[in-house]
Each structure stands twice: as C-alpha cells, then as structure tokens.
Design a binder for this molecule. Structure first.
Ligand SMILES: [Zn+2]
Length: 66
C-alpha cells in the first residue's frame, strides 16, 4: 500500500524535494523499474513504493519493467 507521503508526492513538479522517507535515488528497491536518463527512481523506506522523478514530467508512480 502506498503511504500518505508517497501519495502526496505523486503529481508534484520536479522542483519539489523528495519526502523524508524516500531513499537516495537509485537505491536498492528501485531495481526492475524503468527510468530514462533524465529520470530518477526513489524507493520509499516506509511503504516500498517506487516513485519516478522526471525533469520535465515531475513526480509519478514508477512502473515495473515486465
Ligand atoms: Zn511511501
């Protein structure tokens, strides 16, 4: 289940900072999720949700690659 902090992060613009429970970009837990070179993956240490931050697209829910 996605925690409240992650739910609130989704849809924000890219210049918003990651919430405090998000680990450093690309940490363990983000393996298997798709990101392009100008996007970063953040795993939440509370709920395990992986969020994607794109420079132009802002924050969204990351998608698993197959
Ligand atoms: Zn979370």
């Amino acid at each position: 289940m996605t925690c409240k902090a992650c739910t609130g992060q989704i849809g924000l613009a890219a210049d918003w900072r990651p919430h405090s429970r998000l680990r450093a970009p690309g940490s363990a837990g983000t393996a298997g999720y798709a990101a392009s070179p100008n996007q970063k993956l953040y795993a939440c240490s509370d709920c395990g949700t992986v969020l994607l931050k794109g420079r132009n697209t802002g924050w969204s829910l990351a998608l698993k690659t197959a």
